[in-house]
Design a protein around this ligand. Structure first.
Ligand SMILES: C[S@@+](CC[C@H](N)C(=O)[O-])C[C@H]1O[C@@H](n2cnc3c(N)ncnc32)[C@H](O)[C@@H]1O
Length: 271
């Protein structure tokens, strides 16, 4: 099972925190959106970034810009297209495609590119090709912005719960952002793609999960998405243990850190 299998569950499970980090980007780190822009929502999933752009335009009473969504997962683009229909994203178009080969996009096409929680999701071997493609399709003077996991409770919880029920080592490691939690990894990857080092900026987005009481918080994670995400489905014997293990992980985190950290890096890179 890949993340693509959970495409239709992804948005609801993640949008609260993703919205806050994307709003931080839009409000504080990139030029203000206007109707004549072209924007690329890269590794768009079901279109959370696109949704937030449309919400902002509605709130400001402006015509939405042109938005292109690209994701490698066909189920994600199916979900993107369902959102497009249901939410009337008339200026948006979704493509199934690999971020390391944006052949459907022209040189210098976009004013703004947002890649939310996905630079670390592409294979290491092609990460520099992804940033080279981003550089190619960005207009001179355009800005690309990225969120990358920094200190994230979800990553620790998924590793702890997986270890507790005896899932294979590769399944546990999969949830460890490893070198991607270091600032230098994204910075180097952006420079390897062609961005000048002094045009890459780093910011910290600090957030916490759960202004909820304990049982609502556990209910939130005791959901089909968080319970099953991974490359191998949990066995019937492992599944009933999720809630208790998630609860242990939440309590440990609250005791040790006082809150459930949902921190990320924000990188911007101007061409
Ligand atoms: C953690 S999700 C983030 C989705 C969305 N950007 C958001 O913030 O809600 C990572 C996404 O990256 C996509 N992805 C992974 N590798 C990719 C690649 N090489 N090209 C395009 N998309 C990719 C996955 O299919 C998935 O939708």
């Amino acid at each position: 099972m890949t993340l693509n299998s959970f495409a239709h569950l992804y948005e609801e499970a993640t949008i609260v925190e993703t919205r806050r980090s994307v709003l931080d980007i839009l409000d504080n780190h990139v030029p203000k959106i206007h109707s004549d822009m072209s924007i690329l929502d890269l590794a768009c999933g079901s279109g959370t970034v696109t949704r937030i752009i449309y919400e902002q335009c509605a709130a400001r009473n402006i015509k939405p810009p042109r938005v292109v969504g690209v994701d490698i997962g066909p189920n994600f683009i199916e979900a993107f297209n369902e959102n497009k229909e249901a939410r009337k994203w008339e200026t948006a178009k979704g493509y199934v495609g690999d971020a390391s080969d944006l052949h459907m996009c022209s040189d210098n096409e976009f004013d703004l590119i947002i890649m939310s929680y996905a630079l670390f999701a592409v294979a290491d071997a092609v990460a520099h090709k992804v940033t080279a493609e981003i550089y190619r399709v960005l207009k001179p003077g355009g800005v690309a912005a990225f969120t990358v996991w920094r200190d994230n409770f979800i990553s620790r919880m998924l590793q702890e719960t997986s270890a507790a029920v005896g899932r294979p080592e590769e399944e546990i490691r999969r949830f460890d952002p490893g070198k991607w939690s270091l600032e230098e990894t994204s910075h180097k990857t952006l420079v390897a793609g062609g961005f000048k080092p002094d045009m890459v900026k780093t910011f910290r987005h600090d957030d916490t999960f759960g202004a909820l009481d304990k049982s609502s918080l556990i209910d939130r994670f005791d959901s089909p998405f968080w319970k099953n995400v991974g490359t191998m489905a949990w066995t019937e014997e492992q599944k009933p243990r999720w809630r208790a293990e998630a609860e242990k992980s939440i309590l440990k985190e609250q005791k040790e850190r006082g809150a459930l950290q949902g921190n990320c890096w924000i990188f911007t890179a101007e061409k």
